[in-house]
Design a protein around this ligand. Structure first.
Ligand SMILES: Cc1cc2nc3c(=O)[nH]c(=O)nc-3n(C[C@H](O)[C@H](O)[C@H](O)COP(=O)(O)O)c2cc1C
Ligand code: SF4
Length: 653
């Protein structure tokens, strides 16, 4: 087989650590941690990426000091209690010749979550408020600074005792070390503030402390944002100047470059850049920094395919490629790339839904395309079916496709029937929203999984009871999806009302002045607002909730909010639709009950939710065979739940 990715699969030597290839999983909070310690779930999670061929996994942030409690799912490395958990992870990943580093962390003023509902005291270089979390920090005393610096060194020793191969100081994303670097946030007048040398001092002393305690041989790296992309953030010139000073002082073995800052809604979008943002856009920052240093430079940021990773290495922009969501979506990505099985890679689509989306809600991370992620102990290996049976799946949306693929992988004979000419169900609509074309990848990827598993697919085939009786399967999986709910409001017959799906499909006649009545508060309302505004309409987005996109992942929402603002879309929050006529839309404030009347309206677009399609499920009442419902036909939710339902049913048959 030709060597498709010679750079990607060449080793990298850092001190006495050999990384077998250039693919790594960057440090990311999994929310799998319990009791502030690495556990079995976390070990199984990283083992899956190591088994899948990654050269290096960086274990998520570990707080270095008692003032650094971040969330109730954060590892605390301020006592020896963390060591056995790290040892378990190290054993798990080393057996696949994969190395493991761990992140050393202090959030400073970035108070993300309270552990018990009461706000903790946030410490920072100066009392400069955090815009995103509305936190006013307490300036650190010099004694606390020295204690925290000591904490980094002590924690590094614990990670080394835990069997890890290196540590990474997190100075990225506006966290405490970055707060010291940033002159807009660090207003100190002592020798930790003011000149660049003074602002770098905190990190330089951390490096010295860590190095003195772990010795010369242990790998110590630094994660830094090449550009924090935030109104009060550090920019490339400042980051590069700091790195040059640190490089001159010595002690660091690599620099891991990323973008973004936790400090503002705009900056935080770049922590986990959604599909709107260009693939590999951080590489130029890494290249600038790489030109100034001798140590290897790592990079990450929407690099979801090996072809692009190879290109970045080949062009000399970086030495190591972070492919984090790429391996959340497909833990086997590295092995598949090495073996040239490019079409089999389940590429991350940048939806942010179940990875960072779960983390922000306090749940273990997963992937909408691959719900086995984060559930390795329950679903990490396919259990062969005790007896091969005939399974008929009705519906080729994401839920039906996943159920079919999993059942077939387990040895069942599976036929999937889709009423339409194309597989995908509602994913075909989702991908038609502006900037969301990549969402269609879920269809391509699941279709490939079915093909590899040997599922027989029949398109243009509607399933009814007669077909089931003729095919006589042992089990039927009903995945018939949902349809827009009928709109029952006063004056609907007189008004010009069109339904969201018809607008997305380009089948509706939409006038110039439009109100979108958005009960779902998800992608549909924001996407339609963008689509119609770009088509020249005057758009008002009236949401039956706090804000547009209330139910979707915040980085996706926040980026979209910027687009809608630039396009002049007007937003009305707290508004339910209760009536319309030929030229007005009648809304009601959801808490005051007062009317909100919008006049001179041509068209009301409704995104008011969906109803399950239950025709087949109803027809199978009394059929006598095994029937399972998955996805929206069970209850209208999202692609994530549909795919998870599919996994659970496919794994249980
Ligand atoms: C669920 C999740 C949690 C994250 N938590 C951290 C973290 O603890 N430390 C960190 O430096 N970056 C964190 N990140 C950012 C990732 O390390 C990485 O930079 C980001 O996902 C972009 O890389 P990708 O496009 O390859 O996914 C997190 C990302 C995700 C998806
Ligand atoms: S949930 Fe979406 S963004 Fe996250 S890893 Fe999966 S495909 Fe990628």
């Amino acid at each position: 087989m030709p060597d498709l990715f010679p750079h990607l699969f060449s080793p990298l030597q850092i001190k006495n650590v050999t990384l077998k290839n250039r693919i790594f999983s960057t440090g990311h909070m999994t929310t799998l941690v319990t009791g502030y310690k690495p556990n079995e779930d976390l070990a199984a999670y990283h083992e899956a990426r190591a088994r899948g061929g990654a050269g290096l996994v960086v274990i998520e942030v570990a707080s270095v000091h008692s003032s650094a409690i971040y969330t109730s799912h954060t590892i605390m490395a301020d006592t020896d209690d963390c060591i056995p958990g790290y040892q378990r992870i190290a054993r798990a990943v080393h057996q696949y010749d994969c190395r493991a580093f761990g992140q050393l962390f202090h959030p400073g003023r970035e108070n993300f979550e309270s552990v018990d509902g009461s706000a903790p005291v946030a410490y920072a270089p100066s009392a400069v408020p955090n815009e995103r979390f509305h936190v006013m920090p307490r300036p650190m005393s010099r004694a606390l600074i020295h204690d925290v610096i000591d904490g980094y060194g002590d924690a590094a020793v614990r990670l080394r005792e835990g069997g890890l191969d290196g540590v990474e100081i997190v100075a990225s994303h506006g966290y405490l070390p970055a707060q010291f670097l940033n002159p807009k946030v660090n207003l100190r007048t002592d020798d930790y503030g003011g000149s660049l040398e003074n602002r770098v001092r905190f990190i330089a002393e951390i490096v010295q402390n860590v190095r003195a305690k772990v010795g010369e041989d242990f790998v110590v790296g630094l994660r830094i944002s090449g550009d924090e992309q935030s109104y009060d953030g550090l920019e490339l010139a400042g980051a590069t100047a700091a790195i040059e000073l640190l490089e001159a002082a010595g002690g660091l073995d690599y620099y891991n470059v990323i973008a973004g800052s936790s400090a503002s809604l705009g900056g935080s979008v770049h922590i986990v850049p959604p599909m709107f943002i260009e693939n590999g856009y951080v590489a130029p920052y890494a290249a600038t920094i790489r030109a100034k240093v001798k140590a290897p430079v790592f990079v990450a940021g929407r690099i979801n395919q090996p072809q692009q990773a190879e290109e970045i290495l080949k062009s000399g922009q970086a030495d190591m490629i972070g492919m984090t969501r790429a391996q959340i979506a497909d833990p086997e990505m590295a092995n598949k790339a090495r073996e040239g099985r490019i079409d089999d890679i389940r590429a991350c689509i940048g939806c942010n839904q179940a990875c960072i989306g779960h983390m922000h809600m306090g749940y273990g991370i997963s992937c909408i395309q691959h719900p086995e992620t984060g559930r390795e102990l329950a679903f990490g290996t396919r259990r062969p079916a005790a007896r091969a049976r005939k399974v008929l799946v009705a519906g080729g949306g994401p839920g039906g496709m996943k159920a079919a693929a999993v059942a077939a992988e387990r040895g069942h004979e599976v036929i999937l029937c889709e009423a339409a000419a194309q597989l995908g169900g509602q994913a075909l609509l989702a991908q038609a929203l502006p900037g969301r074309a990549e969402f269609g990848g879920i269809v391509t990827n699941l279709a490939r999984e079915m093909e590899l598993a040997g599922v027989t697919v029949r398109r243009n085939t509607n399933v009814d009871r007669a077909l089931i009786e003729a095919e006589a399967p042992d089990a039927v999986i009903v995945a018939t999806g949902a349809r827009p709910a009928p709109v029952a409001i006063e004056g609907a017959e007189e008004a010009h009302m069109v339904e969201a799906w018809a607008v997305i499909r380009g089948e509706a006649n939409v006038g110039g002045r439009v109100v979108i009545a958005d009960w779902r508060c998800d992608w549909i309302g924001m996407g339609l607002a963008e689509m119609l505004a770009r088509n020249g309409c005057d758009v008002t987005l009236a949401v039956d909730g706090y804000m547009p996109g209330q139910t979707i992942q915040m980085y996706v929402r926040d980026h979209w909010a910027a687009t809608l603002q630039k396009l002049g879309v007007k937003v009305i929050p707290y508004a339910r639709l209760f009536g319309a006529d030929s030229s007005s839309a009648y809304l009601q404030h959801v808490t005051s009950g007062e009317p909100i009347i919008l006049e001179d309206i041509d068209t009301v677009v409704t995104a008011l939710g969906h109803n399950s399609v239950t025709t087949l499920a109803d027809a199978l009442e009394g059929w006598g065979g095994e029937v399972h419902l998955v996805g929206d036909c069970l209850a209208p939710r999202t692609a994530e739940e549909a795919v998870l339902d599919g996994l659970k049913v496919g794994a249980a048959l």
